[in-house]
Structure formats: C-alpha cells, structure tokens
Write a protein that binds this ligand. Structure first.
Ligand code: FES
Length: 131
C-alpha cells in the first residue's frame, strides 16, 4: 500500500498501487494519479504531460519511495514558481515501491485548491465530488 499526505490540508490517502487507475493523470503510479483517484484536487493544466508546472509539489518525506528526477521533469521544474530543493512535478514523480510520502502544495497554488477548484484540463473543470 502507498500512503500520501497532502500539506497543508493534512489529508491522507492510501491506495493499492497495482489497482491504481491511470488515465490522463501523468505517469503510472504518479502522485497526481493518487491524488485524483482519491478525490483530492491537484491542478494539472497540461494533463500530466510534463508541459506546465501547475502540479508542483514539494516532497517533505518519503522520497525513497518515489522515482528519481528525470531530465524532462528537471527542465520543466526550472520554470516553476517557488522552486525548492525537493520540488517535483506531481504528474512525473511516481511511486517505485509501497511507502508513505508527505507532499506539500506550494503556497501560490493553495488558494485555488482551497476554493474547490478543479483542473482546467480536458473538460475536467467540475470541482471534485460534483460530477
Ligand atoms: S500537469 Fe503539467 S506538468 Fe504536471
């Protein structure tokens, strides 16, 4: 089982990585995929294609359970606001084994999420839980 806690909301989700759906939510077993399938709204304007920075998260703990930073992700992250040492793109960083991970949503993206915003991508503009 994998467990992801999103800060500052401090909400946690557990999932079976082998049963995780994968559809337009970044790489298989991505943190974005976990979030979306758990009903947690994490912006992903480009549809998880490593072409924006709206899924920016900061790994606070559990990096050993996650994929290494690849060149494409690093190049895109260089354009992210509030870039930090442990910044990752939620759609690219993915679980490589079961474990517990804590991710922080950068402050510039919190208001949108706290106001119930959903992705503007691919017609998914309905707040989570209102589909
Ligand atoms: S959703 Fe655009 S880079 Fe992750």
């Amino acid at each position: 089982m994998a467990k992801v806690t999103f800060l500052p909301a401090n909400v946690s989700y557990e999932c079976d990585l082998e049963k995780l759906p994968y559809h337009d939510h970044g790489l298989p077993k991505s943190c974005l995929d976990v979030a979306i399938n758990a009903g947690f709204t994490l912006e992903h304007a480009c549809g998880g294609n490593c072409a924006c920075t709206t899924c920016h998260v900061v790994v606070k703990s559990g990096a050993e359970f996650l994929s290494d930073l690849e060149d494409d992700e690093a190049d895109r992250l260089n354009e992210a606001a509030d870039l930090q040492l442990d910044s990752r793109l939620g759609c690219q960083v993915h679980f490589v084994k079961d474990g517990e991970v804590v991710l922080e949503i950068p402050s510039w993206n919190r208001n949108y999420i706290s106001e119930g915003g959903a992705s503007m991508n691919l017609g998914d503009a309905i707040p989570t839980g209102k589909k």
